[in-house]
Design a protein around this ligand. Sequence first.
Ligand SMILES: [Zn+2]
Length: 172
Amino acid sequence: MTSITQLNRALAKVQTQLEKLNFYTEAIAAVDVYLIPVSTAYGYKWDGKRGFICIPRISLSKLKEKFFSGYPYASLADVVRHEYGHAVADVFSKQVKTKEYKAAFKSTYSSKVSYDYDPELFVSEYAATSSAEDFCETFMYYVKHMGKIPERFKTPAIKEKWSFIKKLSATI
Ligand SMILES: [Zn+2]
């Protein structure tokens, strides 16, 4: 169960990190975050006018993570970082719909093509499921590590994605 106190604590932590990394712009600060009763998944959603982040109080995918192996544990702060990745991609869609994005992530943000997970190419298994999730998983680790790439991610493919995110922070 996620309480509003836990969510607010995770939000405060992640928003401070986003601010230091130059991602917490006015438009990102305006993205609402809701704690909802129950859901199959966390999510960044669109109401037709603007996007918002939903964090379920009880998430069925979180239970899956807990009870089935193969789903690595993600902290609430990690989930929040990931969802802010979707918000950044949405708010700064112009910078994401670029050839630089395509060069780093090998497809467009909206591409639904999934790949076999390869740790040389992706930061996580979930990152291999689509280009958008690849961006958000890489973004999550970028924020978590304050822009400093961990040793295990120092592969040519991941370094390229990492530096796309770094460059993006300089243009917004
Ligand atoms: Zn996602």
